[in-house]
Design a protein around this ligand. Sequence first.
Ligand SMILES: NC(=O)c1ccc[n+]([C@@H]2O[C@H](COP(=O)([O-])OP(=O)(O)OC[C@H]3O[C@@H](n4cnc5c(N)ncnc54)[C@H](OP(=O)(O)O)[C@@H]3O)[C@@H](O)[C@H]2O)c1
Length: 249
Amino acid sequence: MFDLTGKTALVTGGGRGLGLEMAKALARAGAWTVINGRNRQNLEEARERLAADGISVGIAPGDITQDVETILLRAIDKTGQLDILIHAVGERDRRGTEAMAPQDFASLLNTDLTAAYAVARSALPLIQRSSAGRLIFVTSIAAFAARAGDPAYTAAKGGLEALTRSLAVELGADNLTVNAIAPGWFATETNAHLAADPDLKAFVEVRIPLKRWGRPEEIAPAAVFLASPAASFVNGTTLTVDGGMTVQM
Ligand SMILES: NC(=O)c1ccc[n+]([C@@H]2O[C@H](COP(=O)([O-])OP(=O)(O)OC[C@H]3O[C@@H](n4cnc5c(N)ncnc54)[C@H](OP(=O)(O)O)[C@@H]3O)[C@@H](O)[C@H]2O)c1
């Protein structure tokens, strides 16, 4: 039910953090998996680390805001097919409203929302040829719960969650589903300084029912589930993985 043998997957933003964890899990489940990011060296190092663990992946370097067609071509160069697209690229800019000019706001929306639409749209002709195509966006709990001083990321992730529903309704079919994963607080490399902050530790203990940050590898099973035959009738939904943070009053 969770076997991805014979599938090809592309994970954008797959060179580190949550994207890398999801890519690793897809590969372990049997998919030929290709990871994307802008920094080629980082991708090559990630590939070597995975190879040392017996996991083989391909790389597709490129900026998702500019090089979509090149990235897709690299993703399919080994198998000629694309069955699963996980779009994990997401940047954050925590400047509040006073500090953030409209052009900076638009720039973040371009990376976090417009690029998601662009890569999904360009990948569609490939994914629609799959017998079980999967389009999976990585949103955030910021899509439905806001922190003060974070307008652009909050708007982008809210938009991405709505885009998930829109594409699921427009494109959903027996051979294609569109879903999202909304991570809560994960102690990735990027968040290491926050995870080490004693004030935030106290906050986490009160605000997250499991009283801890998520471990990066804990995002991966959600990706395998949504990508797998087990999720064949799941369409247009967002799977929240946040230790219960957003359901606590
Ligand atoms: N970590 C969390 O707690 C958390 C919580 C909620 C949601 N999320 C979401 O989960 C996703 C992954 O988060 P993360 O913390 O693992 O992120 P991360 O560690 O910052 O990794 C982001 C990845 O995206 C790549 N990337 C960034 N811009 C790109 C671009 N324009 N084109 C291609 N690749 C690009 C980066 O590689 P290069 O720099 O080499 O391009 C990197 O591999 C994001 O969408 C984020 O918003 C994370």
